[in-house]
Write a protein that binds this ligand. Structure first.
Ligand code: NDP
Length: 322
Protein backbone atom coordinates (compact mmCIF):
# COMPACT_ATOMS: atom_id res chain seq x y z
CA UNK A 1 0.00 0.00 0.00
CA UNK A 2 1.59 3.30 -0.99
CA UNK A 3 0.39 6.58 0.52
CA UNK A 4 0.37 9.97 -1.22
CA UNK A 5 -0.74 13.43 -0.16
CA UNK A 6 -2.49 13.99 -3.47
CA UNK A 7 -3.63 11.54 -6.12
CA UNK A 8 -4.95 12.73 -9.46
CA UNK A 9 -6.98 10.35 -11.60
CA UNK A 10 -6.81 11.23 -15.28
CA UNK A 11 -4.35 12.76 -17.73
CA UNK A 12 -6.39 15.11 -19.88
CA UNK A 13 -5.82 18.88 -19.62
CA UNK A 14 -7.59 18.93 -16.22
CA UNK A 15 -5.51 16.12 -14.68
CA UNK A 16 -2.20 17.43 -15.99
CA UNK A 17 -2.91 20.99 -14.88
CA UNK A 18 -3.95 19.80 -11.41
CA UNK A 19 -0.71 17.79 -11.25
CA UNK A 20 1.33 20.77 -12.45
CA UNK A 21 0.01 23.04 -9.72
CA UNK A 22 0.14 20.34 -7.04
CA UNK A 23 3.73 19.42 -7.87
CA UNK A 24 4.79 23.08 -7.87
CA UNK A 25 3.18 23.35 -4.41
CA UNK A 26 5.47 20.53 -3.22
CA UNK A 27 2.61 18.06 -2.84
CA UNK A 28 4.36 15.37 -4.93
CA UNK A 29 1.18 14.18 -6.65
CA UNK A 30 0.73 10.71 -8.06
CA UNK A 31 -1.19 10.65 -11.33
CA UNK A 32 -2.99 7.67 -12.84
CA UNK A 33 -3.12 7.73 -16.62
CA UNK A 34 -6.22 5.60 -16.98
CA UNK A 35 -7.54 3.89 -20.08
CA UNK A 36 -6.99 6.84 -22.40
CA UNK A 37 -3.61 8.40 -21.55
CA UNK A 38 -3.68 12.07 -22.51
CA UNK A 39 -7.46 12.08 -22.67
CA UNK A 40 -9.76 13.03 -25.51
CA UNK A 41 -7.33 15.42 -27.19
CA UNK A 42 -5.16 12.47 -28.15
CA UNK A 43 -7.84 11.43 -30.63
CA UNK A 44 -8.45 14.85 -32.12
CA UNK A 45 -6.57 16.45 -34.96
CA UNK A 46 -5.72 20.12 -34.85
CA UNK A 47 -6.51 22.19 -31.74
CA UNK A 48 -6.87 25.78 -32.87
CA UNK A 49 -8.44 27.30 -29.79
CA UNK A 50 -5.88 26.59 -27.07
CA UNK A 51 -4.17 29.89 -26.23
CA UNK A 52 -0.45 30.15 -26.86
CA UNK A 53 -0.36 28.24 -30.15
CA UNK A 54 -1.04 30.82 -32.81
CA UNK A 55 -0.82 28.26 -35.65
CA UNK A 56 -2.73 25.59 -33.70
CA UNK A 57 -1.24 22.37 -32.37
CA UNK A 58 -2.07 18.70 -32.89
CA UNK A 59 -4.03 17.27 -29.94
CA UNK A 60 -1.50 14.50 -29.15
CA UNK A 61 1.39 17.01 -29.34
CA UNK A 62 -0.37 19.34 -26.88
CA UNK A 63 -0.84 16.48 -24.44
CA UNK A 64 2.82 15.44 -24.81
CA UNK A 65 3.83 19.00 -23.90
CA UNK A 66 1.62 18.90 -20.80
CA UNK A 67 3.04 15.55 -19.79
CA UNK A 68 6.64 16.75 -20.15
CA UNK A 69 5.80 19.87 -18.16
CA UNK A 70 4.41 17.96 -15.15
CA UNK A 71 7.31 15.47 -15.22
CA UNK A 72 9.70 18.41 -15.04
CA UNK A 73 8.23 19.38 -11.68
CA UNK A 74 8.44 15.90 -10.20
CA UNK A 75 4.96 14.49 -10.74
CA UNK A 76 4.88 10.71 -10.72
CA UNK A 77 2.73 9.22 -13.49
CA UNK A 78 1.58 5.62 -13.39
CA UNK A 79 0.28 3.80 -16.46
CA UNK A 80 -2.46 2.22 -14.39
CA UNK A 81 -6.23 2.38 -14.33
CA UNK A 82 -8.06 2.89 -11.06
CA UNK A 83 -10.62 0.10 -10.72
CA UNK A 84 -12.16 0.96 -7.35
CA UNK A 85 -12.25 3.87 -4.94
CA UNK A 86 -13.40 3.94 -1.33
CA UNK A 87 -14.17 7.54 -0.38
CA UNK A 88 -15.82 6.50 2.88
CA UNK A 89 -12.47 6.16 4.68
CA UNK A 90 -9.75 8.74 5.35
CA UNK A 91 -7.18 8.45 3.87
CA UNK A 92 -9.10 7.53 0.72
CA UNK A 93 -8.35 4.07 -0.65
CA UNK A 94 -7.85 3.28 -4.34
CA UNK A 95 -7.08 0.05 -6.13
CA UNK A 96 -5.66 0.00 -9.63
CA UNK A 97 -5.04 -2.87 -12.02
CA UNK A 98 -1.56 -3.13 -10.45
CA UNK A 99 -1.73 -2.08 -6.80
CA UNK A 100 -3.38 -0.43 -3.79
CA UNK A 101 -2.95 3.21 -2.84
CA UNK A 102 -4.16 5.72 -0.26
CA UNK A 103 -4.25 9.50 -0.38
CA UNK A 104 -5.24 12.47 1.79
CA UNK A 105 -6.69 14.46 -1.10
CA UNK A 106 -8.13 13.06 -4.30
CA UNK A 107 -8.53 15.00 -7.54
CA UNK A 108 -10.91 13.36 -9.99
CA UNK A 109 -10.17 14.28 -13.60
CA UNK A 110 -11.49 11.18 -15.33
CA UNK A 111 -13.09 13.12 -18.19
CA UNK A 112 -15.69 11.81 -20.55
CA UNK A 113 -15.81 9.18 -23.31
CA UNK A 114 -17.36 9.09 -26.75
CA UNK A 115 -21.03 8.10 -26.86
CA UNK A 116 -22.30 5.43 -29.22
CA UNK A 117 -25.60 5.38 -31.07
CA UNK A 118 -26.91 2.57 -28.90
CA UNK A 119 -28.07 0.48 -31.87
CA UNK A 120 -26.44 -2.51 -30.26
CA UNK A 121 -24.06 -2.73 -33.23
CA UNK A 122 -21.97 0.42 -33.46
CA UNK A 123 -19.75 -0.20 -30.44
CA UNK A 124 -19.45 -3.90 -31.27
CA UNK A 125 -18.50 -3.18 -34.91
CA UNK A 126 -15.94 -0.64 -33.77
CA UNK A 127 -14.19 -3.27 -31.66
CA UNK A 128 -14.24 -5.93 -34.37
CA UNK A 129 -12.91 -3.69 -37.14
CA UNK A 130 -16.28 -3.76 -38.87
CA UNK A 131 -16.07 -0.20 -40.19
CA UNK A 132 -17.44 1.83 -37.27
CA UNK A 133 -15.25 4.27 -35.36
CA UNK A 134 -15.37 7.19 -32.95
CA UNK A 135 -11.94 8.48 -33.97
CA UNK A 136 -11.22 9.89 -37.42
CA UNK A 137 -7.56 10.49 -36.58
CA UNK A 138 -7.13 6.85 -35.63
CA UNK A 139 -9.08 5.21 -38.44
CA UNK A 140 -9.50 7.73 -41.29
CA UNK A 141 -6.53 6.30 -43.16
CA UNK A 142 -8.43 3.06 -43.86
CA UNK A 143 -11.01 4.87 -46.01
CA UNK A 144 -8.87 6.19 -48.83
CA UNK A 145 -11.10 6.68 -51.88
CA UNK A 146 -14.17 5.34 -50.03
CA UNK A 147 -17.60 6.79 -49.41
CA UNK A 148 -18.24 7.12 -45.69
CA UNK A 149 -20.53 8.84 -43.17
CA UNK A 150 -20.17 10.87 -40.00
CA UNK A 151 -23.13 11.11 -37.65
CA UNK A 152 -23.58 14.14 -35.40
CA UNK A 153 -23.93 17.89 -35.76
CA UNK A 154 -21.50 19.32 -33.18
CA UNK A 155 -17.92 20.55 -33.51
CA UNK A 156 -16.55 17.03 -33.21
CA UNK A 157 -18.69 15.71 -36.09
CA UNK A 158 -17.80 18.64 -38.31
CA UNK A 159 -14.11 18.46 -37.45
CA UNK A 160 -14.06 14.71 -38.12
CA UNK A 161 -15.88 15.17 -41.43
CA UNK A 162 -13.39 17.79 -42.60
CA UNK A 163 -10.45 15.65 -41.53
CA UNK A 164 -11.88 12.58 -43.29
CA UNK A 165 -12.03 14.40 -46.64
CA UNK A 166 -8.24 13.93 -46.74
CA UNK A 167 -8.91 10.27 -47.38
CA UNK A 168 -12.50 9.58 -48.40
CA UNK A 169 -14.02 10.31 -51.81
CA UNK A 170 -17.23 11.55 -50.16
CA UNK A 171 -18.25 12.18 -46.55
CA UNK A 172 -21.96 12.19 -45.72
CA UNK A 173 -22.55 14.31 -42.63
CA UNK A 174 -25.74 12.89 -41.13
CA UNK A 175 -27.56 15.09 -38.66
CA UNK A 176 -30.92 14.57 -36.98
CA UNK A 177 -31.93 18.22 -37.46
CA UNK A 178 -31.64 20.75 -40.30
CA UNK A 179 -29.10 22.93 -38.51
CA UNK A 180 -25.66 22.09 -37.15
CA UNK A 181 -24.78 22.71 -33.53
CA UNK A 182 -21.10 23.28 -34.44
CA UNK A 183 -19.53 26.75 -34.22
CA UNK A 184 -20.05 29.04 -37.22
CA UNK A 185 -16.39 28.89 -38.28
CA UNK A 186 -16.39 25.09 -38.28
CA UNK A 187 -19.72 24.92 -40.12
CA UNK A 188 -18.52 27.29 -42.83
CA UNK A 189 -15.39 25.25 -43.36
CA UNK A 190 -17.33 22.00 -43.62
CA UNK A 191 -20.15 23.23 -45.81
CA UNK A 192 -17.69 24.85 -48.23
CA UNK A 193 -15.90 21.50 -48.68
CA UNK A 194 -17.18 19.87 -51.84
CA UNK A 195 -16.45 16.37 -50.53
CA UNK A 196 -18.86 16.87 -47.59
CA UNK A 197 -22.48 16.06 -48.30
CA UNK A 198 -24.86 17.14 -45.50
CA UNK A 199 -27.72 14.74 -44.87
CA UNK A 200 -30.30 16.73 -42.91
CA UNK A 201 -33.12 15.47 -40.68
CA UNK A 202 -31.98 11.86 -40.69
CA UNK A 203 -31.36 9.40 -37.87
CA UNK A 204 -29.33 6.22 -38.30
CA UNK A 205 -31.72 3.45 -37.26
CA UNK A 206 -29.75 0.41 -38.43
CA UNK A 207 -26.25 -0.49 -39.51
CA UNK A 208 -26.43 -2.92 -42.43
CA UNK A 209 -23.51 -5.30 -42.84
CA UNK A 210 -22.25 -8.09 -45.03
CA UNK A 211 -19.77 -10.84 -44.23
CA UNK A 212 -16.55 -10.66 -46.19
CA UNK A 213 -13.55 -12.95 -46.34
CA UNK A 214 -10.13 -11.46 -45.60
CA UNK A 215 -7.01 -12.43 -47.62
CA UNK A 216 -6.12 -14.73 -44.67
CA UNK A 217 -9.42 -16.56 -44.98
CA UNK A 218 -11.06 -15.03 -41.86
CA UNK A 219 -14.69 -14.02 -42.14
CA UNK A 220 -15.55 -10.58 -40.78
CA UNK A 221 -18.72 -8.55 -40.72
CA UNK A 222 -18.31 -5.18 -42.43
CA UNK A 223 -20.67 -2.25 -42.76
CA UNK A 224 -22.21 -1.90 -46.25
CA UNK A 225 -24.95 0.69 -45.72
CA UNK A 226 -26.93 2.67 -43.16
CA UNK A 227 -30.67 2.56 -42.78
CA UNK A 228 -31.83 6.12 -42.20
CA UNK A 229 -35.13 7.44 -40.93
CA UNK A 230 -36.29 10.93 -41.79
CA UNK A 231 -36.90 12.68 -38.48
CA UNK A 232 -39.61 14.89 -40.03
CA UNK A 233 -41.79 12.49 -42.02
CA UNK A 234 -40.56 9.11 -40.75
CA UNK A 235 -39.65 7.78 -44.21
CA UNK A 236 -36.87 5.18 -44.47
CA UNK A 237 -33.94 5.09 -46.88
CA UNK A 238 -30.60 3.36 -47.33
CA UNK A 239 -27.23 5.06 -47.68
CA UNK A 240 -24.44 2.82 -48.99
CA UNK A 241 -21.17 3.53 -47.11
CA UNK A 242 -18.13 1.49 -46.08
CA UNK A 243 -17.44 3.37 -42.87
CA UNK A 244 -19.33 5.18 -40.13
CA UNK A 245 -17.80 7.68 -37.72
CA UNK A 246 -19.92 8.33 -34.65
CA UNK A 247 -19.50 11.83 -33.17
CA UNK A 248 -22.57 12.40 -31.02
CA UNK A 249 -21.01 13.71 -27.84
CA UNK A 250 -19.63 12.18 -24.70
CA UNK A 251 -20.57 10.63 -21.38
CA UNK A 252 -18.71 11.35 -18.14
CA UNK A 253 -16.47 8.64 -16.70
CA UNK A 254 -17.97 8.51 -13.23
CA UNK A 255 -18.80 4.82 -12.77
CA UNK A 256 -16.08 4.50 -10.07
CA UNK A 257 -17.93 6.94 -7.84
CA UNK A 258 -21.49 5.69 -8.21
CA UNK A 259 -23.23 5.80 -4.85
CA UNK A 260 -20.37 7.78 -3.29
CA UNK A 261 -20.59 11.19 -4.94
CA UNK A 262 -23.67 13.07 -6.17
CA UNK A 263 -24.18 13.20 -9.93
CA UNK A 264 -26.69 14.92 -12.17
CA UNK A 265 -29.16 12.93 -14.27
CA UNK A 266 -26.57 12.36 -17.01
CA UNK A 267 -23.85 11.19 -14.62
CA UNK A 268 -21.72 14.35 -14.32
CA UNK A 269 -20.22 14.89 -10.86
CA UNK A 270 -21.64 17.81 -8.95
CA UNK A 271 -19.28 20.28 -7.33
CA UNK A 272 -19.89 23.28 -5.11
CA UNK A 273 -20.55 26.33 -7.27
CA UNK A 274 -17.40 28.33 -8.02
CA UNK A 275 -15.08 25.61 -6.72
CA UNK A 276 -14.04 22.03 -7.42
CA UNK A 277 -15.13 20.74 -3.99
CA UNK A 278 -17.38 17.70 -3.86
CA UNK A 279 -19.50 17.02 -0.75
CA UNK A 280 -16.73 14.72 0.55
CA UNK A 281 -14.04 16.85 2.20
CA UNK A 282 -10.73 16.23 0.45
CA UNK A 283 -12.27 15.04 -2.82
CA UNK A 284 -12.18 17.46 -5.76
CA UNK A 285 -13.41 17.13 -9.34
CA UNK A 286 -12.25 19.02 -12.42
CA UNK A 287 -12.52 18.92 -16.19
CA UNK A 288 -15.21 17.29 -18.29
CA UNK A 289 -16.21 14.87 -15.53
CA UNK A 290 -18.00 17.77 -13.81
CA UNK A 291 -18.66 20.09 -16.76
CA UNK A 292 -21.34 19.42 -19.34
CA UNK A 293 -21.55 23.06 -20.34
CA UNK A 294 -18.17 24.21 -21.64
CA UNK A 295 -16.17 20.99 -22.19
CA UNK A 296 -13.17 22.76 -23.67
CA UNK A 297 -9.51 21.91 -23.17
CA UNK A 298 -8.90 25.37 -21.75
CA UNK A 299 -11.79 25.23 -19.28
CA UNK A 300 -10.69 21.75 -18.23
CA UNK A 301 -7.16 23.05 -17.64
CA UNK A 302 -8.54 26.01 -15.69
CA UNK A 303 -10.59 23.80 -13.42
CA UNK A 304 -7.56 21.51 -12.94
CA UNK A 305 -5.69 24.51 -11.58
CA UNK A 306 -8.64 25.29 -9.28
CA UNK A 307 -8.70 21.69 -8.02
CA UNK A 308 -5.01 21.74 -7.09
CA UNK A 309 -5.42 25.05 -5.25
CA UNK A 310 -8.58 23.80 -3.49
CA UNK A 311 -6.76 20.59 -2.52
CA UNK A 312 -3.72 22.45 -1.23
CA UNK A 313 -5.86 24.78 0.92
CA UNK A 314 -7.86 21.86 2.26
CA UNK A 315 -4.69 19.90 3.15
CA UNK A 316 -3.28 22.91 5.02
CA UNK A 317 -6.55 23.51 6.90
CA UNK A 318 -6.74 19.83 7.80
CA UNK A 319 -3.16 19.93 9.10
CA UNK A 320 -2.03 17.45 6.45
CA UNK A 321 0.34 19.83 4.66
CA UNK A 322 2.29 22.94 5.58
P1 NDP B 1 -21.95 18.08 -28.77
O1 NDP B 1 -22.71 17.65 -27.59
O2 NDP B 1 -21.64 19.53 -28.97
O3 NDP B 1 -22.73 17.63 -30.09
C1 NDP B 1 -23.27 16.34 -30.20
C2 NDP B 1 -24.01 16.26 -31.53
O4 NDP B 1 -24.50 14.92 -31.70
C3 NDP B 1 -25.22 17.20 -31.59
O5 NDP B 1 -25.30 17.76 -32.88
C4 NDP B 1 -26.39 16.25 -31.31
O6 NDP B 1 -27.56 16.62 -32.00
C5 NDP B 1 -25.90 14.95 -31.90
N1 NDP B 1 -26.46 13.79 -31.21
C6 NDP B 1 -26.49 13.55 -29.88
N2 NDP B 1 -27.05 12.34 -29.62
C7 NDP B 1 -27.40 11.84 -30.82
C8 NDP B 1 -28.03 10.63 -31.23
N3 NDP B 1 -28.39 9.70 -30.36
N4 NDP B 1 -28.24 10.45 -32.54
C9 NDP B 1 -27.85 11.38 -33.45
N5 NDP B 1 -27.24 12.53 -33.14
C10 NDP B 1 -27.02 12.76 -31.83
O7 NDP B 1 -20.62 17.20 -28.75
P2 NDP B 1 -19.23 17.41 -29.52
O8 NDP B 1 -18.47 16.18 -29.18
O9 NDP B 1 -19.42 17.74 -30.94
O10 NDP B 1 -18.55 18.67 -28.80
C11 NDP B 1 -18.34 18.66 -27.40
C12 NDP B 1 -17.66 19.97 -26.98
O11 NDP B 1 -16.33 20.02 -27.50
C13 NDP B 1 -18.37 21.20 -27.53
O12 NDP B 1 -18.35 22.18 -26.57
C14 NDP B 1 -17.54 21.59 -28.72
O13 NDP B 1 -17.63 22.97 -29.00
C15 NDP B 1 -16.15 21.18 -28.28
N6 NDP B 1 -15.27 20.88 -29.42
C16 NDP B 1 -14.45 21.87 -29.92
C17 NDP B 1 -13.61 21.62 -30.99
C18 NDP B 1 -12.74 22.73 -31.49
O14 NDP B 1 -12.92 23.87 -31.11
N7 NDP B 1 -11.75 22.45 -32.34
C19 NDP B 1 -13.56 20.31 -31.66
C20 NDP B 1 -14.48 19.34 -31.08
C21 NDP B 1 -15.29 19.63 -30.01
P3 NDP B 1 -28.37 17.96 -31.63
O15 NDP B 1 -27.58 19.09 -32.22
O16 NDP B 1 -29.70 17.75 -32.26
O17 NDP B 1 -28.42 17.99 -30.14
Amino acid sequence: MSHHKVIVIGTGPAGYTAALYASRANLAPLVFEGVQPGGQLTITTEVENYPGFKHGIAGPALMDEMREQVLRFGTEIKAETVLSANLGVQPFALSSDKGDYTCDALIIATGASARWLGLGRDEELSRSGGGVSACATCDGFFYRGKEIAVVGGGDTAVEEAVFLTKFASKVHLIHRRDRLRASKAMQDRALANEKIHPVWNQAVVEILTSVIETPLGDKIEKIRALKLQNTVDGSLSELPVTGLFVAIGHQPNTGLFAGQLPMDETGYLQVEKGSTRTPIAGVFACGDVQDHTYRQAITAAGSGCMAAIDAERWLVEAGLAE
